[in-house]
Design a protein around this ligand. Structure first.
Ligand SMILES: Nc1ncnc2c1ncn2[C@@H]1O[C@H](COP(=O)(O)OP(=O)(O)OP(=O)(O)O)[C@@H](O)[C@H]1O
Length: 405
């Protein structure tokens, strides 16, 4: 349960500039580590293309944790997998860009890696020249393979399934370390023990000889985290990393990830259903609905001044502490439609209490940039469209009034 009873900021009518989905995001003083722009990842099944990710634009700043939230089937995992080049057949990235800008003054080669347990130095200004569009790379090619595991790692939901039962933890750790770093087996073993100790595994040397089935789910996830941070990635994508674990273990793993994040300055893209976890670890929050981003803002903004009706509905659906705690949480009416049955206009309009007939059910919503670089994909924040819709309503009222008389 999380405390969402804190007073919301006075809601002011902030209308901003329509950025459009194809325009680049707000220019940051420091270029973001990752900038996903109008990304589309579709699955080509017999019934037609499943538009799992359908124009996602989001940014992950350096050294920050960005949580991606949304109901099941909104495209969170496929967004993460697209970044890693791990979308399975029959899916593929069909459009958009995934700009990866690792250079930040702490220049290092993809092959070399850095000490994963040491804080990175971040001084020099970024240069645009070395941004790589991951979406343009062959998912099975050498270039993306080098970046994957070396600069970007991913931790998945099922730690048991991610580890091989055929090899010891040592073998799997050493293999990963040596795949990306030039190191003797002995040194890789030492680093492996160091990493297991770092992720809180007691008697690490002994555990090196264990097989995954001899460890608990929580221990396996710690091992997966050790493997993921082995090469000192700049970005860790964690896809529901605690869902399969009991509550106490969940909390420990979340604490561990937050600690590592703070220590090493890596960025984290954290995919979760759990808004309690979001409140705990997020710097920024990306809210996804049916393959699109409906809102991105700082964690404070999203929790205390949510703009999009879907974000508000998600927040209203979590149990509250303090004032209002006795009120039952509201459920969001209806369900997320399957991407094959995507509604026309705004995908959320059939479930939205503020939908404007003739607007939200017919045209794609604009992405509007609000002050502080906040982005919301909703017609309610587009002054021109709302005014036009209101005039249309008056015209309809006037016409129907005349007919009645
Ligand atoms: N292999 C596949 N073939 C066809 N459709 C797929 C495939 N994998 C995912 N999808 C579809 O893509 C959409 C987005 O899936 P995704 O797993 O990204 O959702 P999610 O938001 O991560 O949900 P959850 O929280 O349940 O993991 C879903 O409608 C899903 O059915």
């Amino acid at each position: 349960m999380i405390d969402t009873a804190a007073p919301r900021h006075e809601k002011n009518e902030v209308f901003g500039k329509d950025m459009g989905m194809d325009e680049s995001v707000a220019s940051d003083e420091r270029r973001p580590l990752l900038r996903i722009e109008s990304l589309k990842t579709h699955f080509f099944v017999d019934d037609g293309p499943v538009r799992a990710v359908d124009g996602v634009t989001l940014t992950v700043p350096r050294g920050k944790t960005v949580c991606i939230v949304g109901e099941s089937g909104c495209g969170k995992s496929i967004t993460g997998r697209s970044v890693m080049g791990l979308v399975e057949h029959p899916g593929r990235v069909v459009d958009g860009h995934i700009w990866w800008s690792p250079a930040d003054g702490d220049q290092r080669s993809s092959a070399g890696g850095r000490n994963p347990l040491r804080r990175s130095r971040r001084h020099a200004a970024d240069s645009d020249q070395d941004a790589v569009d991951l979406a343009a790379l062959d998912p099975r090619g050498e270039a993306l393979r080098r970046i994957r595991g070396n600069e970007i790692s991913m931790v998945f939901q099922e730690p048991m399934a991610s580890l091989s039962p055929m090899y010891t933890i040592a073998e799997q750790l050493i293999e990963t370390i040596r795949l990306h770093r030039r190191m003797s087996k002995r040194d890789a073993y030492r680093l492996g023990v160091e990493l297991l100790t770092r992720v809180g595994i007691p008697r690490a040397e002994q555990r090196m000889n264990a097989y995954s089935f001899q460890l608990s789910g929580g221990m396996c996830q710690r091992v997966m985290i050790a493997i993921a941070i082995a090469c000192g990635p700049k970005l860790l994508i964690a896809d529901e990393p605690t869902t399969a674990l009991d509550v106490t273990t969940q909390a420990r793993i979340i604490d561990l990830l937050a600690e590592i994040q703070a220590e090493t300055d890596m960025s984290m893209m954290f995919i979760t259903h759990d808004l309690g976890v979001v409140a705990q670890i997020a710097d920024e929050v990306v809210v996804m609905y049916l393959g699109t981003v409906v809102e991105q803002g700082s964690v404070e903004e999203i929790f205390h001044d949510p703009k999009h009706p879907y974000t508000r509905a998600l927040l209203a659906s979590i149990p509250k502490m303090g004032v209002g705690a006795r009120k039952r949480p509201e459920t969001i009416r209806g369900q997320v439609p399957h991407p094959l049955n995507r509604p026309a206009g705004c995908p959320f309009h059939p479930r939205c209490d503020q939908a404007i007939a003739g607007v939200c059910d017919t045209s794609e919503p604009p992405t509007v940039e609000l002050p502080n670089g906040r982005r919301v994909r909703c017609v309610l924040y587009d002054r021109e469209l709302v005014t036009t819709a209101a005039k249309g309503d008056q015209a309809v009222e006037a016409t129907s009034g005349g007919t009645d008389e």
